[in-house]
Design a protein around this ligand. Structure first.
Ligand code: FJE
Ligand code: FE
Length: 408
């Protein structure tokens, strides 16, 4: 396995705490006769039109420590001569040793069997595909083409996710000045470049492989426009915020391609946008707990990725085709969204002759009411009403919205 770049290998696999227990017990065991080695989101159109160019838009609505050499060997200081006087303590030592060794051994073998992204498909409950929907092209923004997967009528939302668009945009089309409140937008570029400008003076361009994780919170007004010749392509994911976070101060996290950790192993290449894979954790802070992994599988490759059991998860196929969840399933091809059922992990096989690229996205459901009106996502109709007023009159986070206009 190679950690290509990004370098933020501060990820300890979820079982690191267990490994700590093992290590502690290893210390105990060192004084016993065993040698252990460390292992280790439509809008009120009239209202919108009165406001901004945006109104043209359709609303939317471990390092693992491991035990090696579990061989028994006499330990200095303890005499194993059965004829010696200390032989009388031998059954006692064996008893304590078994008592100390059994729990770490059980933990170790349990962890080995559930090292999803590392080895064989051995999930306790593998996740299967429960729904498959084709993300057909539609127009949004100002002449931009989007393939909406989550957020389309057949798949309104998948808590905490509100929308996933695969956008393909050539200038002069784009997403001119528009507001957001109550959720996060994640923009991950696949090809070309996009320039972002907001009402607080933030401006930047993200290119292929770069990421912008924007927590809109109480309010952002911005424009997102293509910045390179030809087609500019990417994924934009909308993640809901819990009621307690909806009015938080806005925040950005931007990572350039080379800052995103990437692991390559056995024909599998994963870029870790959020969450963890192969023991490597993304530095991105997810206000709503989220995983976002960009996988590329060479022909013949397979991957087994753990996903927290209580989370909702889905796959969006960017390119190629693959077998998801069950090796005997019919292959699923590009531009399809696959909603995953319950379970602790997903297995994927590329039995085709082409490269397969897909995003695996999962998140902890918020289990709160969702009231969405265009780019405002709140818990109640009254809060949506409030958001309209705040945006219109420049209050509660939209103060700078009244005078601001993006530079052309
Ligand atoms: C939009 C509100 C919006 N999909 N994919 C209403 F915020 C938007 C919007 C986007 C968008 C932007 C990018 Cl860069 C990529 C997107 C919707 O900005 F289109 C509507 N109708
Ligand atoms: Fe936006």
């Amino acid at each position: 396995m190679s950690l290509i770049r990004g370098g933020m290998n501060r990820g300890l696999p979820s079982f690191s705490r267990k490994a700590d227990i093992i290590q502690t017990q290893c210390i105990i065991l060192h004084v016993l006769p065993f040698n252990l080695v460390e292992f280790g989101r439509r809008t009120n159109k009239a209202a919108w039109r009165r406001q901004r160019p945006f109104c043209k838009m359709n609303g939317l609505p471990a390092k693992c420590t491991r035990i090696k050499n579990m061989t028994r060997r006499p330990c200095a200081g303890i005499n194993f001569n059965p004829h010696s006087r200390s032989a009388s303590i031998k059954p006692f030592i064996i008893l304590i040793s078994v008592f100390c060794l059994l729990p770490p051994c059980l933990l170790f073998f349990h962890d080995l069997s559930s090292m999803a992204d590392h080895g064989a498909p051995s999930f306790e409950k593998p996740r299967l595909v429960v729904k498959k929907v084709l993300a057909k092209s539609q127009e949004d923004g100002d002449g931009a083409s989007v393939r909406r997967s989550i957020g389309r009528p057949e798949l309104r939302n998948l808590d905490p996710f509100l929308m996933l668009d695969e956008f393909t945009v050539s200038a002069p089309a784009g997403f001119p000045d528009h507001p957001h409140r109550g959720f996060e937008t994640v923009t991950y570029m696949l090809k070309g470049a996009f320039t972002h400008q907001d009402f607080a003076g933030h401006k930047g361009t993200i290119r292929a492989g770069d990421l912008q994780w924007m927590t809109a919170g109480r309010g952002i007004v911005h424009s997102e426009m293509p910045a390179a010749d030809g087609e500019n392509q990417g994924l934009q994911l909308w993640i809901n915020l819990s009621s307690k976070d909806k009015m938080m101060e806005p925040r950005y996290q931007e990572l350039q391609s080379q800052e995103i950790s990437r692991v390559e192993k056995d024909g599998v290449d994963v870029r870790i946008i959020a969450g963890e894979s192969f023991g490597v954790r993304s530095p991105v802070y997810t206000q709503t707990p989220t995983m976002f992994l960009d996988f590329t599988l060479q022909p013949g490759a397979e991957v087994h990725q753990r996903i927290p059991e209580s989370w909702n998860a889905f796959v969006y196929i960017v390119d190629g085709e693959g077998l998801f969840g069950d090796p005997s399933a019919a292959p699923a091809a590009s531009h399809h969204v696959l909603v995953l059922g319950d379970g602790d992990g997903l297995s994927v096989w590329n039995r085709s002759e082409r490269q397969l690229r897909f995003a695996l996205i999962g998140g902890q459901p918020l289990k709160e009411p969702v009231v969405q009106h265009g780019p405002f996502v709140m818990n109640t109709h009254a809060e949506i009403q409030q958001a309209f007023h705040d945006y219109q009159y420049g209050r509660n986070g939209f103060e700078r919205a009244r005078k601001w206009k993006s530079q052309q």
